[in-house]
Design a protein around this ligand. Structure first.
Ligand code: AMO
Length: 445
C-alpha cells in the first residue's frame, strides 16, 4: 500500500538562495512574466510567488531549443545555471542561463490587461477590481496584500507574545452587536438571524475564560452608501482584555501592537514597502485628546462648524489628522471620551461624567481605523444600560450570562484591517486595499 509521509519535496530553489548555488544547475517554477527578444538571445523573466527572476535563453548555453508555444503567462519549469551578471537586478545580481523549459500549462487566450509592467497604468479601479485574480499578478498589486498579510501577522504575533488566545466567533448571530441599521438579515431555516457586525459579544464572553483574546476575521456591515471608506464585508482585528486597570491599558496595548507591526513591515516586508513607496510611520508615543477638546479645537482653530456634536464627520477627522501631524508630530491620535449617546450599549460611561464614555477612536492620518473602550462588567448596570438604550435584555440572555456569573473589568478594540492598509499605502479608496471588495454594487469576483 502507498503511504504519504509528509515529506516536502523541494525541487526548486528560491531567488533568495541563488547566491548559495552560484555556478550550479537549479530549477525554478513560475509564470513567464515577460519575454524580451534580443539579437541572438532572449531575456525570459520568470515570476514566482515573490520575485521576478531574470533568465537568459541563448543556443550556446545548452542543447535546449526554444519552443514556439512559449508565451507570456505560460506556467513553466525552468532549469538552468545560476550565474552572476552585472545586468541582472537585485539579489546580488544573479540570473539563470536557461538549459531547459518544461511547459506546465499555457493560457487559453491573451490577458485582458497588461500585468507585466511596473504598475497597472491608466486602468480604472473598477476594471482592476473586475479583473482582480489577474490584476494581482502585477508585482505592485501583489505587494499590497503582502503588506496586509504583514499587518495581520504582526497583530497575531504581538498579541500571542502578550498572553492572548486566538478565538473564532460565529458569523451567524442572534443579534447585531453594534446597533444601527447596517445589519444584514438572514433567513435561517425560517428564523431571522443576522450576519456578525463584529465579534463583540463573544470576545467579551471569552474574557471570562481566557482573560485576553483576539480574533482576525470578516465582519459584515450593510452600508447603504457607496463611500471610499466603507465596505460591506471587512476584516476586523479585534482584541479584548480582562482585569484592566483603566481603558488606557487598551490604548497602550494598541500602541504596542502598532509599533510591532510597523517594525515587522520595515524589516520583513522591506521589498514590498519599497515597491509601494509605503510611508511606514515611526511610533514612539501617540497623543491623546478628549472628544470635546477636539471639537473645541476644530471650532476655534479651524473655524469648522460641526454638523454633529456627538461624532466626527470625515472632514473633522481629516483636520484632526493634520493637526496631529503638524502640531504634535504624530501620524496617529487617540480621541477619547465619546458621548454616551453615540457609543454602543456595552460601553462603560465615565463615572465622573456619565454623558461621556470610557471609549476611544484611533485616527491614522485623518481616518478612523479603530474604536475601543472599557465595557460595562456589572450585570445590573448592563441590564439597566440596555433598557436605557431601548433594548430588551431578555433577548440577550446568552450574552448576559457572562455578566451575571461574574465578569472582570475589561475592554478592547477593533481595527479595520483594510482601512489601516489603505492609509499606510496612501490610497484614497479602501477598495484598493481590499482583495475582493464587497460594496453596495459589487459581489464579484
Ligand atoms: P466599529 O464599529 O467602530 O467598532 O468598527 C471598528 C473599526 O472597523 C472599521 N470599520 C470599517 N471598515 C470598513 N468598512 C466598514 N463599513 C467599517 N466599519 C467599521 C473601522 C473602525 O474603526 N466592536 C467595536 C470595536 C470595539 O469596541 O472593540 C466595533 O466594531 O476601522
Amino acid at each position: 500500500m502507498d503511504k504519504i509521509t509528509g515529506e516536502i519535496i523541494k525541487d526548486t530553489v528560491s531567488f533568495a538562495d541563488f547566491k548559495d548555488h552560484d555556478g550550479q544547475i537549479v530549477c525554478i517554477k513560475g509564470y513567464i512574466h515577460r519575454i524580451r527578444e534580443m539579437t541572438g538571445f532572449a531575456f525570459v523573466i520568470i515570476r514566482t510567488a515573490k520575485d521576478t527572476i531574470q533568465c537568459v535563453y541563448a543556443p550556446e548555453f545548452s542543447d535546449y531549443r526554444w519552443d514556439e508555444k512559449l508565451c507570456e503567462e505560460a506556467c513553466v519549469k525552468v532549469t538552468g545555471k545560476v550565474v552572476s551578471s552585472k545586468d541582472a537586478k537585485g539579489n546580488d545580481r544573479y540570473e539563470l542561463q536557461i538549459h531547459g523549459i518544461d511547459i506546465l500549462s499555457l493560457p487559453a487566450t491573451n490577458l485582458p490587461i497588461v500585468v507585466n509592467k511596473k504598475q497597472l497604468d491608466n486602468i480604472q479601479l473598477s476594471t482592476i477590481l473586475d479583473l482582480r485574480p489577474i490584476a494581482l499578478r502585477n508585482p505592485k498589486e501583489r505587494a499590497i496584500f503582502k503588506i496586509q498579510e504583514g499587518i495581520a501577522r504582526g497583530f497575531r504575533e504581538y498579541l500571542a507574545q502578550n498572553g492572548f488566545t486566538e478565538i473564532r466567533s460565529p458569523k451567524i448571530n442572534f443579534a447585531g452587536a453594534e446597533g444601527g441599521t447596517n445589519v444584514f438579515k438572514l433567513d435561517y431555516f425560517g428564523k431571522e438571524v443576522f450576519l456578525a457586525q463584529s465579534p463583540q459579544l463573544y470576545k467579551q464572553a471569552l474574557v471570562g475564560v481566557y482573560q485576553r483574546v483576539f480574533e482576525v476575521a470578516p465582519v459584515f456591515r450593510a452600508e447603504h452608501h457607496d463611500t471610499s471608506r466603507h465596505l460591506n464585508e471587512y476584516t476586523s482585528m479585534d482584541l479584548e482584555m480582562g482585569f484592566i486597570n483603566s481603558f488606557e491599558d487598551i490604548m497602550n496595548m494598541e500602541t504596542g501592537v502598532l509599533k510591532y507591526i510597523m517594525n515587522l513591515l520595515k524589516t520583513e516586508y522591506k521589498e514590498e514597502v519599497e515597491l509601494l513607496h509605503a510611508d511606514i510611520p515611526e511610533i514612539t508615543e501617540i497623543p491623546v485628546m478628549k472628544f470635546m477638546d477636539a471639537k473645541e479645537l476644530l471650532m476655534k482653530k479651524f473655524k469648522y462648524n460641526p454638523t454633529d456634536m456627538k461624532d466626527f464627520d470625515p472632514k473633522e477627522e481629516e483636520l484632526l489628522g493634520k493637526y496631529a501631524k503638524k502640531e504634535l508630530g504624530s501620524d496617529f491620535i487617540f480621541i477619547t471620551h465619546y458621548p454616551s449617546k453615540k457609543r454602543p450599549f456595552y460601553t462603560m460611561d465615565d463615572p465622573n461624567d456619565p454623558e461621556y464614555t470610557l471609549s476611544f477612536d484611533l485616527l491614522f492620518r485623518g481616518l478612523e481605523i479603530t474604536s475601543g473602550g472599557q465595557r460595562v462588567h456589572d450585570y445590573n448596570e448592563q441590564v439597566a444600560k440596555m433598557e436605557k438604550c431601548g433594548m430588551n435584555p431578555e433577548l440577550f440572555e446568552t450574552y448576559l450570562m457572562f455578566h451575571k456569573y461574574g465578569a472582570p473589568p475589561h475592554g478592547g478594540l477593533g481595527i479595520g484591517l483594510e482601512r489601516l492598509t489603505m492609509h499606510l499605502l496612501g490610497f484614497s479608496n479602501v477598495r484598493e486595499a481590499t482583495m475582493f471588495p464587497r460594496d453596495i454594487n459589487r459581489v464579484t469576483p
